[in-house]
Design a binder for this molecule. Structure first.
Ligand SMILES: NC(=O)c1ccc[n+]([C@@H]2O[C@H](COP(=O)([O-])OP(=O)(O)OC[C@H]3O[C@@H](n4cnc5c(N)ncnc54)[C@H](OP(=O)(O)O)[C@@H]3O)[C@@H](O)[C@H]2O)c1
Length: 365
């Protein structure tokens, strides 16, 4: 079932400093017609992700690489190892906002995609999207076993990021002290729970008392620090007298600098992201104490989840099994309505979300 009109959010201007709703513009076009070998997807849920902030302002080289990585990941996930042709240029003013989403096929002239199939991929911030499944709009099909939002959360990119970042990069051992920043967010909440499953002592850092309580009372973390009202340095001194063995860093900046002072010898830091640096003008606040890496023999390693795409099936299987036993809890922060996509995106930089933030556009049929 298609509508006549396809609403889209376009990039209206490049943010200078903090991104604003005015940087996006709502636009209406006719719903696309599909040709032979194509199918039409109706968007059901749009994912909002901090990484999109970089796509609004970063250099073309960085963007092309990021988009290619992501697109290749989708193809590897589908089991098609061939690399499709170059993706379009980085986001330009007036372009449909990029981003991942999940939807349902509503019309098809493609042999592999049938009406009713659920798909996930780079559909963008729009209500309908035509795809041939291979080139400009890469998508993969999935069977719905869990509630749909989970395929953008624990079973989507944030789950993959948490799984490989924690297990392959940070490699926590039972009994070690693991610290996770952004712990009440999509990636952080899953990463922290994985460390608990690995029998570590896990401490989360998040903004606000509600998040602090959620981490200990609902997710079962050993302790949580509200970095907005507590002194992070003093709390780490108190909670980690023998140092932090593993730090899963979602935040970067000043938080990373404070944590570095508390790292134990032979510690590991998985550098997942640096959201505290994304949404303002000027140079990011770099840690001034990197010498600890040498004196304490700490390994700090950055990673991108799509690098692990050939192993996404393994991760999804394991994460699904943990969800089934209740060892892992998923939490989605779902906004309603197409018009609220930019607002939900902006909320990430104020810490408005608990768990995976997304926007619901429509119900499946
Ligand atoms: N390496 C990869 O492949 C990969 C993939 C996906 C995401 N990431 C990165 O992982 C991190 C988390 O992404 P996500 O999608 O899971 O988002 P998220 O954690 O669900 O949402 C972002 C959270 O960041 C926190 N935050 C915002 N501004 C902050 C600041 N100035 N200082 C400290 N915390 C701040 C907020 O929580 P509080 O209320 O606690 O402040 C907010 O809820 C981001 O850095 C992202 O770029 C990396």
């Amino acid at each position: 079932m298609r509508a006549e009109i396809n609403r889209q959010w376009l990039l209206a201007s490049r943010p200078r400093g903090t991104v604003a709703e005015a940087d996006f513009r709502c636009h209406e076009v006719p719903c696309p017609n599909i040709g032979s070998g194509q199918f039409l997807v109706r968007t059901l849920y749009v994912s909002v992700d901090p990484g999109l902030r970089g796509w609004l302002t970063h250099s073309p080289e960085y963007l092309s690489e990021a988009i290619d990585l992501y697109r290749d990941a989708l193809f590897v996930t589908r089991g098609q190892m061939t690399v499709p042709p170059q993706y379009s240029a980085p986001l330009s003013i007036g372009a449909v906002m990029c981003g991942s989403a999940l939807g349902q096929v509503v019309e098809s002239r493609h042999p592999e995609f049938a009406v009713g199939d659920f798909v996930s991929g780079l559909l963008g911030w729009q209500e309908y999207c035509a795809s041939d499944g291979t080139a400009q709009v890469p998508v993969f099909r999935f069977k719905r076993v869990h509630p749909l939002p989970r395929y953008l959360g624990v079973l989507g990119n944030s789950g993959m990021t948490a799984y490989f970042g924690m297990l392959d990069v940070a490699k926590p051992r039972a009994g070690e002290t693991v610290l996770v920043s952004g712990a009440a967010g999509a990636t952080g909440s899953t990463a922290a729970q994985i460390a608990k499953i690995r029998q570590c002592r896990v401490i989360g850092v998040a903004g606000g008392d509600e998040k602090r309580r959620w981490l200990t009372e609902q997710l079962g973390l050993d302790a949580a620090i509200d970095y907005k009202s507590e002194d992070l340095d003093a709390r780490l001194k108190e909670l980690c007298p023998d140092g932090v063995n593993v730090y899963f860093d979602n935040v970067g900046g000043r938080t990373l600098e404070i944590v570095l002072d508390h790292m134990a010898t032979w510690g590991r830091i998985a550098l997942c992201g640096a959201i505290s640096d994304y949404d303002h003008a000027g140079a990011p606040a770099g840690p001034a104490n990197l010498v600890h890496l040498a004196t304490r023999r700490i390994r700090m390693e950055g990673f991108l989840a799509p690098d692990y795409a050939p192993r996404y099936r393994e991760a999804r299987r394991q994460l699904s099994a943990w969800l089934a036993t209740g060892a892992l809890k998923s939490c989605e922060d779902i906004h309603e309505g197409f018009e609220n996509i930019p607002r939900a995106f902006l909320g990430l930089f104020r810490g408005a979300n608990i768990g995976k933030a997304m926007v619901k556009l429509a119900d499946p049929v």
